[in-house]
Design a protein around this ligand. Structure first.
Ligand code: ZN
Length: 86
């Protein structure tokens, strides 16, 4: 039995068989939330949900890594077209 404050649904529950043969519920670290786009709110592709060790697995290796690829493309295209038309 863990502390009451640790028995939340946000934590990963893992069933573990003890040496005595019983199956007990262990509470692991909290679940990671998916990185979401700041503009449209959809999850950003290419980012590990589990959170890898390296920096490259935790973020997208392009500028504006906080937005998804579709929003990034749209903003780039609108900015470029505005620059070329003016
Ligand atoms: Zn987006």
């Amino acid at each position: 039995m863990v502390r009451r404050s640790l028995r939340t649904r946000s934590r990963i529950r893992k069933k573990v068989r003890t040496p005595g043969g019983n199956v007990k519920l262990r509470f692991r670290r909290p679940k990671n939330s998916t990185r979401r786009c700041r503009i449209c709110g959809r999850p950003v592709h290419g980012v590990s949900v589990r959170g890898g060790r390296g920096v490259s697995s935790r973020r997208v290796s392009r500028p504006y890594s906080i937005v998804c690829n579709n929003c990034y493309r749209d903003t780039l295209l609108t900015r470029v077209s505005a620059e070329w038309t003016s």
